[in-house]
Design a protein around this ligand. Structure first.
Ligand code: HDE
Length: 713
């Protein structure tokens, strides 16, 4: 478990600077006695002060009034978007100084500096209490507590956005949120208003392709990418700018759940992603992400067939490679959800010397919105001094007073220029010690007009579609059919299909086939045929079973010798095995000893694991075969293309009419077919290759080649 006392301490100017600062406000009530908010000790908090035993409660009861009043005011408004989130502290460290010619931002260029960070991951549409595994974009917001002040990279797990100009944001959000008359549906995009908006606003289509893809269903916050989305600017010591796109790449690769699984997890464990983040950090399996940048010299501003300022476009990685800058490790859970994760306030305009904005109209609106939103959410202008938001650098200015002021500024001046306080706080300088806005030359007329260079809505939606593997395409078509199948208005379904026909004719026809509308007769324009392999999740890292959860189903008479060996081998590969049985407690093995169980099968579900193993033991397998939860567990894992394994008599449980894989028979030591690993051996004869082959299947995440359409869900 990581606690404030056991984390690494690398002295001032390092990864723990923020934790040291927070230590000053952390409160531990162990060994204390109950007091009021005024510090008065009390000996009774269960009964109000009344007149007689059955009489009215008295106003004199200051303790009851204080307690109830505080309770009445415990809630603050949830975020208007990204209300549901989970956070963690960590640090970022650059690999080397190769970015130094491009930016004066020290945290990106000084490899000896570990910059503390706080990251909040979120869904977008749902309320604070909604489920984690909904189809949605995920927020990936990082606060860097740098030695030059706070820098916030407020990104998402998708590299583009729904709209090009922030003025449309309220319309988009109103359309995707629960409908206003009945507040249905919660945290779902599958409803009329969102798709009505999409059909009327074709600029949404590229992002909609991402939203219908597996990217919208992350297996874990530890297994998803992050993107700054906008083109930002790096600025070097000479004041020269370079366009930049920021990318986070998870070291564990980018992996997703399947839709059927997501819907079930939403009931079985609505905190699935939050729990995974929390437990991984507690277990020391620290999430890690590599920060990379795509750089474009200002002279190439117009070298692309799209506008760099258009947030509905990516720069394909094959065109401009993502160059690694450094790594972020998340190693510390918050102590208090409200104080830290709920009160953290991100703002796109929190930038430091060496980083600057561009004129992306979406970014420009965000630079207004985030400060504004914190004022209502956190109740006044002093939110930067809430501990999680506080910079690790001194904050010295003449801003004063306001709700919840906690500092006591001494002296009689709070204005600039003064002579009475020696002119302090004084102006700093020169650049790059102080922030200085990038000197971009801008001229023009005041107009309300979208640039012509923003008007290609379809090419990159097509690029995304073309870049998908067959299973990914299949998932996208199924997603469109599910979503539009929940749209009551036929004309809206038709209008979306007609829009999809601009992306790809076959896609539109396939979607139309599932939702009872007319397939478009002919293509609007031929598919350009270009693709970007980096967009497919099939090209992600698939080399490790690290932190994958494995259920081993056991019952009385199980082969304890092999199970114990397997547990050790799985742990050596970094996987997390858990023993599930028809009942909690312990089971007696074939050898008569006891095996402790982690949970009863019917309190868990296959959807909460990455893989499942059915061990030998004829009696054990017979019991599992007659337990509907156990049979369903294995069937469902198979259906969801997960790593499935069995040995000895356990193989019988996989011998089902719907299972179209080859299973180990007679004396075969290990057979691997479509992510299903079986062995006819048991006890001490079970070869070590069994665990290795199973972990390879886990590392591949899913066996998409397995056909599972006919398997019961
Ligand atoms: Fe946000 N967004 N956003 N957004 N956004 C908020 O700020 C907004 C956009 C993103 O974990 C709000 O503190 C506007 C793009 C994340 O606390 C609000 C526009 C991207 C988070 C807001 C956008 C994001 C937010 C709500 C269009 C990806 C959660 C609460 C111009 C690059 C941060 C809050 C956290 C939160 C406004 C578009 C990401 C209202 C007006 C594009 C990750 O200020």
């Amino acid at each position: 478990m990581s606690t404030s006392s056991d984390r690494r301490d690398n002295g001032p100017g390092g990864a723990d600077d923020k934790q040291r600062q927070l230590d000053a406000v952390r409160v531990d009530l162990t060994g204390t006695e109950l007091t009021t908010n005024q510090g008065v000790k009390i000996d009774h908090t269960d009964d109000s002060l009344t007149v007689g035993e059955r009489g009215p409660t008295l106003l004199d009861d200051f303790h009851a009034r204080e307690k109830i009043t505080h309770f009445d005011h415990e809630r603050i408004p949830e975020r208007v978007v990204h209300a549901r989130g989970s956070g963690a502290y960590g640090y970022f460290q650059p690999y080397d100084d190769w970015l130094a010619p491009y930016t004066v931002a020290e945290f990106l260029t000084n490899p000896s500096v570990q910059t503390p960070t706080f990251v909040r991951f979120s869904t977008v549409a749902g309320s604070r209490g909604s489920a984690d595994t909904v189809r949605d974009v995920r927020g990936f917001a990082t606060k860097f507590y740098t030695r030059q002040g706070n820098y916030d990279l407020v990104g998402n797990n998708m590299p583009v956005f729904f709209i090009q100009d922030g003025i449309k944001f309220p319309d988009f959000v109103h359309a995707v949120k629960p409908e206003p008359h009945n507040e249905i549906p919660q945290a779902q995009s599958a409803h009329d208003t969102l798709w009505d908006f999409v059909a009327q606003q074709p600029e949404t289509l590229h992002m909609i392709m991402w939203l219908m893809s597996d990217r919208a269903l992350p297996r874990s916050f530890r297994m998803m990418q992050g993107f700054g989305v906008h083109t930002f600017r790096l600025v070097n010591a000479e004041g020269r700018g370079t366009f930049v796109k920021f990318h986070w790449k998870p070291i564990l690769g980018v992996h997703s759940l399947v839709w059927d699984e997501c819907q079930k997890i939403a009931g079985k464990d609505p905190d699935f992603n939050r729990r995974d983040l929390w437990e991984s950090i507690e277990a020391g399996n620290f999430p890690e992400y590599e920060l990379g940048v795509q750089l474009v010299p200002e002279s190439d501003e117009f070298a692309f067939d799209f506008d760099l300022l258009d947030a509905t476009k990516i720069i394909p990685e094959e065109q401009v490679p993502v160059r690694p800058v450094g790594r972020m490790t998340l190693n510390h859970n918050p102590d208090n959800f409200f104080a830290e994760t709920e009160q953290v306030a991100f703002h796109t305009a929190n930038i430091v010397p060496g980083i600057d904005f561009t004129n992306d109209p979406l970014l420009q609106t965000r630079n207004f919105s985030y400060l504004d939103t914190q004022l209502i959410r956190l109740g006044g202008p002093n939110f930067p001094f809430i501990p999680v938001n506080q910079a690790i650098t001194p904050v010295t200015n003449n801003q004063r007073d306001g709700y919840h002021q906690t500092m006591i500024h001494k002296g009689r001046t709070s204005y600039f220029k003064n002579t009475l306080s020696g002119g302090c706080p004084a102006l700093g300088g020169p650049w790059p010690d102080v922030f200085s806005h990038y000197q971009e030359k801008v001229e023009g007329h005041k107009i309300r007009k979208r640039s012509e260079s923003f008007k290609d809505f379809y090419s990159q939606a097509t690029l995304f579609w073309n870049s998908m593997s067959d299973p990914e395409k299949k998932h996208i078509v199924a997603a469109f059919r599910f979503e539009l199948g929940h749209v009551a208005h036929k004309h809206v379904r038709q209008a979306v299909v007609d829009q999809l026909n601009h992306v790809d004719h076959n896609l539109a026809v396939m979607v139309a086939g599932g939702i009872g509308v007319n397939p478009p007769e002919r293509e609007v324009q031929p598919n350009h045929g270009r693709s970007s392999p980096a967009l497919s999740q099939l090209n992600t890292a698939m080399d490790s079973a690290f932190s994958r959860k494995v259920a081993i189903l056991v019952a009385e008479g199980v082969d304890g010798v092999a199970v114990r060996a397997l547990v050790d081998q799985l742990k050596e590969h970094g996987a997390i095995p858990e023993l599930l049985a028809p009942h909690d407690g312990a089971v007696r093995t074939a050898d008569g000893d006891e095996l402790q169980v982690d949970a009863a099968i019917n309190t868990m579900a296959s959807v909460l694991y990455d893989g499942v193993v059915v061990p030998c033991g004829p009696q054990s397998v017979q019991m599992l075969a007659s337990d509907g939860y156990a049979v369903h567990f294995v069937t469902e894992a198979y259906k969801h293309h997960k790593a499935v394994a069995a040995f000895g008599a356990g193989v019988d449980l996989l011998d089902q009419p719907w299972a179209s894989v080859q299973l180990a028979r007679d004396d075969e030591p290990v057979v691997v077919d479509q992510g299903v690993v079986t062995s006819a051996k048991a006890r001490n004869d079970l070869p070590a290759e069994f665990a290795t082959a199973f972990c390879d299947a886990l590392a591949k995440h899913r066996a998409w080649e397995r056909s599972t359409d006919g398997v019961p869900a």
